[in-house]
Design a protein around this ligand. Structure first.
Ligand SMILES: [Zn+2]
Length: 358
């Protein structure tokens, strides 16, 4: 059953935002959730900015028949078709945001724009697809003390790595967006702001006059975004992410239009919650490393996970991988802050401990 909701309807149920339909946000702007089957995120929001000359989309969804059909239906309700899409403004390179844009561009018009700092990830994705090396988030595991987990994850991913997604889904965008690039649309003006952390080239799109922030996965209402889960990893992912969160507080507050979850009134309110969450997590991680030296794997195993405080050993291997990466990111922030030191062993394993007090 397709319907156009008003803003008020979807408030009670935590997953209501993911139900198929079109949410009218006013001013010719619509939120269209597209399905992500077999994914805990459930759906990804595509935002349609409509006008007389066509439609501009912020994020595009995943290259799946269900997603393409849903987008076709939703645009149809608004009086448009897929050929009316003028631009795809993509917040980051993850497949649930980028790949449907590439698929649609191959047969229809539409220009794709992506943050220029994602070039490194694009190169790494192609290297992985062509078997030149493993994704960074697997390659890093032995150094984090998780060689056995790497073996488990390889076994799970082997079928996918042997049959990588069709090359067309990882074609370059038409335009690499620089930090601060201004996009003038007929109805509104967007500024691309580089917000590294979730990925190294993530951008948000700020409509200052309209009081809107298209936040991608940088600021999510219900969950904390994964940090640095990307093909080309960096030790500094969480330091960058915290900086990118503080950057949001220097902008005027605005409505939060996230890629996963419902629209809410204040970006700043959620940013402050996320900053507080990471400070709590940093304190817990420091505690876990205080009897050090510990690996990221050992520190992760000592921490509670998810809102339900699950034990690390109860997580499946893919979630253990995320947890170890997340812990390593927190340990690295503590190193930058001078609260821990990192020493790499002769075997190439990173060990964290308290600095010696003199
Ligand atoms: Zn993402």
């Amino acid at each position: 059953m397709e319907y156009v909701t008003s803003r008020a309807t979807a408030k009670d149920d935590r997953n209501a935002w993911a139900e198929s339909g079109v949410e009218d946000l006013g001013g010719g702007l619509y939120r269209i959730p597209l399905p992500l089957p077999n994914d805990g995120l459930t759906a990804v929001n595509v935002y349609a900015i409509t006008g007389e000359r066509g439609v501009d989309l912020v994020d595009a969804g995943m290259a799946l028949d269900q997603a393409r059909d849903r987008l076709t239906q939703a645009l149809g309700q608004l009086g448009y078709g897929l050929p009316d899409i003028r631009n795809f403004f993509i917040t980051h390179i993850h497949q649930d945001h980028y790949t449907l844009a590439v698929q649609l561009r191959s047969t229809l018009r539409g220009q794709i724009a992506l943050g220029e700092e994602e070039r490194t990830n694009m190169v790494a994705i192609r290297d992985v697809a062509q078997g030149r090396h493993e994704p960074g988030f697997i390659e890093m595991l032995p150094a984090l003390g998780a060689a056995e987990l790497a073996r488990q994850v390889r076994a799970i991913l082997a079928p996918g790595l042997a049959n990588p997604a069709p090359k067309l889904e990882w074609d370059d965008p038409d335009r690499w967006l620089a930090d601060g690039a201004v996009i003038d649309l007929p109805s509104r003006s967007l500024r691309a702001i580089h917000t590294p952390g979730h990925t190294r080239g993530h951008v948000v799109f700020h409509d200052e006059a309209g009081g809107l922030l298209f936040a991608g996965d940088h600021v999510l209402p219900h969950i904390t975004p994964s940090i640095g889960f990307q093909p080309a990893i960096t030790r500094q992912a969480l330091s960058q992410y915290l900086g990118s969160l503080r950057l949001m507080l220097t902008l005027p507050d605005s409505r939060l239009l996230p890629a996963h979850g419902p629209v809410s009134d204040s970006t700043h309110a959620r940013v402050n919650e996320l900053l507080a969450h990471h400070e709590t997590r940093l304190a817990q991680t420091l505690e876990a490393a205080s009897a050090g030296p510990v690996t990221a794997f050992a520190a992760a195993a000592a921490l509670p996970w998810t809102r339900r405080k699950r034990k690390f050993t109860d997580l499946d291997p893919m979630n253990q991988l995320l947890a170890v990466g997340e812990t390593a990111a927190h340990l690295e922030v503590l190193v930058v802050r001078g609260q821990l030191i990192r020493v790499t062993s002769a075997e190439g394993i990173d060990l964290y401990s308290l600095p010696e007090r003199s």
